[in-house]
Ligand binder design. Sequence first.
Ligand SMILES: Cc1cc2nc3c(=O)[nH]c(=O)nc-3n(C[C@H](O)[C@H](O)[C@H](O)COP(=O)(O)OP(=O)(O)OC[C@H]3O[C@@H](n4cnc5c(N)ncnc54)[C@H](O)[C@@H]3O)c2cc1C
Length: 400
Amino acid sequence: MHVLVLGAGVVGVTTAYYLSQQGCDVTVIDREHNVACGASYANAGQLSYSFTDSLAKPDFFAQLPGLLLGREPGSRLRIDPRLIAWGLRFLTQCTPRRAANNTIGLLSIAMRSAELMQDFMQTVPIEFSHRVAGKLILLTDKNQLRSARKSCALKRANGCITDVLSREESISIEPALAEINEDFIAAVYSKNDAIADSLQFTNGLRDYLESSARVTFRHSAQVRAIETEQRRFKNVALECETVSADAVVVCAGVGSAELLRPLGIRLPIYPVRGYSVTLPVADASPSASFTALRRRMVIGRLGDSVRIAGFADFVGNRTDGDKQRIQSLLRLARDIAPGAADYSVPDHRPWAGNRPMTPDGRPFVGASTIGGLYLNTGHGMLGWTLAHACAADVAAAVMR
Ligand SMILES: Cc1cc2nc3c(=O)[nH]c(=O)nc-3n(C[C@H](O)[C@H](O)[C@H](O)COP(=O)(O)OP(=O)(O)OC[C@H]3O[C@@H](n4cnc5c(N)ncnc54)[C@H](O)[C@@H]3O)c2cc1C
């Protein structure tokens, strides 16, 4: 069976791996010159198997006025009809019951991903700076603490061990927290969460798959259209040729909705922009990853570097504010955690990317309404974390 995978981000390349494991011949097609040139390039690297909390939650209503008035430094909005349509669907997910369902739904995918990642690392000999670093989410007020306690109880009831620790307990686990300028009162600690480099992973897996001869990569190949006949997938139109296959899996991140719209499949995926810088390690760099929740910023040690990532901007496909946002991120990190990295280097390796975000935070994985056309897209904030389980699931759906 020959399957096309559209998109060579971490989701597409992992999908190609699980399809090839099922005995398929796979062609991965991407418009960029290499793999992982989109959101998978320099994300925060967190394998947040325990922190799957839905962005859409009841607390969001309290944040909304500040967000609309531009007073939330961690987010910027550029209101347009697309954001309004998406935002209304997002707001419907902010009820306590839906937020809990979405968190638990994502948690179960994340926990399966963690298991599959273990199997993968025993099978595929590639290096991608994987480390079970543990993760601390810093809580700065009583509301955050109350909702963190509820969330931990919910996760415990679903088999995930994560605890709320006092400030002192958190510092005893990660002494670098004693040096930071953030008034946190407690932290959520997930000792089994990991950090790893999704760019290194995707590159390494591409090389491994190419050497298997089952998987071929076609780069600099923009997909113009997915063509169907009588509601069955027929072929994919590139600039100057068409490529046919038995099935196709759309893993095109924020490009997915545009590819599927002409077929009558309307996916509510909005590009939520985030930023990162990568700096050399300093003497007081933390070993565990930590997230300053209020600031929407995460700091983690990735190989011999420190990756600082953050912000969630709802600005459509605009990139004109990137320089300023990266400077803000860098300033914030330096103010809060001056010892966490060597900020003195001239090149901060700045990067910006778009998270393919759905209103409920859950990805679309599995068969579509068109025969032979499958989806694995819309992973939002957690694409690296969820990659294995979603890829295994879509490969199983293709085989069915
Ligand atoms: C700042 C930031 C920090 C993040 N931190 C984390 C984290 O710590 N942990 C975590 O789990 N996740 C994190 N994420 C989210 C994660 O990076 C994404 O969910 C994930 O990378 C999505 O992968 P993808 O393969 O679906 O998309 P992408 O990596 O964007 O890949 C999609 C690919 O499709 C291709 N494509 C699109 N349209 C077409 C077309 N028409 N023709 C040909 N090719 C096409 C693109 O070129 C691209 O290569 C973060 C994201 C950001 C921005």
